[in-house]
Design a binder for this molecule. Structure first.
Ligand code: FE2
Ligand code: FE2
Length: 249
């Protein structure tokens, strides 16, 4: 195992003729996948709600492990640093998953106990054909959303007296900034290769595929550290305002 990891991290053959990965990676029989509206509620103020919240985040991390390895295996002909970056992300995501699953077990549950939805993998399917679109829409939209919502989650957990889980989310938040930055790095690289300007390209992809996933308030400091430019933040603000206007009161 450690030998395989080393090969992927540092000595990968970017042009190796591997079979393309299938549409779906392996996953355990549980959790059961249901439509997003049927996922259990997650108040951090009750033990059951806290467990459901932890489970939902563990499910995101589980998908993130698969997404990182999918990037390594699917996109060919990238520089070695691309594979090293996404291998490092996969290792982080596996550690995040174990932290959350361990905490879940302390609360009397384990991964698979609650229903979950498949929204993250939907975006993986949509972007399977194009590394540029994957880098824009997975790390820079979905993982970046985690940067926005996690601080409030940490505050609610602390208010509810669960400092242990809050501390785990602090670690995850810090490390996710680096993942989004890796997305920014390789998105810019793909844009340069294609002769496209990164910011307008990102904004166009966002409007086309992910305008519904944009919700403020944004974690501006974390997004700036992860490579979001002023034009991109202005576009996010405009999309958030239009979603707010369209939302029923
Ligand atoms: Fe993570
Ligand atoms: Fe991540």
């Amino acid at each position: 195992m450690s030998k395989d990891y080393k090969a992927l991290a540092g000595e990968v053959d970017a042009r190796a003729a591997l079979p393309q990965p299938g549409a779906l990676p392996g996953r355990p029989a549980r959790p059961r996948l249901v439509p997003p509206k049927d996922v259990p509620t997650r108040s951090p103020f009750t033990p059951a709600g806290r467990a459901a919240l932890l489970h939902a985040i563990a499910h995101i991390e589980f998908n993130a492990i698969n997404l990182a390895w999918d990037a390594v295996q699917r996109f060919r002909g990238m520089p070695p640093a691309f594979y090293a970056d996404w291998t490092r992300v996969a290792e982080d995501e596996a550690r995040h998953f174990v932290l959350l699953d361990t905490r879940l077990r302390e609360l009397g549950h384990r991964y698979g106990d609650f229903d979950a939805h498949d929204g993250l993998w939907e975006m993986a399917r949509k972007t399977a054909h194009d590394c540029l679109a994957r880098m824009a829409l997975v790390p820079r939209v979905l993982e970046a959303r985690g940067l926005d919502v996690t601080p409030a989650m940490i505050a609610r957990l602390r208010a509810g007296g669960d400092a242990v889980t809050a501390d785990i989310l602090e670690v995850i938040l810090r490390e996710e900034v680096a993942h989004v930055a890796i997305g920014s790095r390789w998105f810019a690289w793909c844009c340069e290769r294609a002769g496209l300007a990164p910011q307008p390209t990102f904004i166009a992809l966002l409007r086309e595929h992910a305008s519904g996933a944009v919700r403020g308030p944004f974690n501006r400091a974390a997004r700036a550290a992860a490579g979001f430019g002023a034009d991109e933040m202005a576009a996010l603000d405009a999309l958030d305002a239009s979603v707010l206007r369209a939302r029923p009161v």
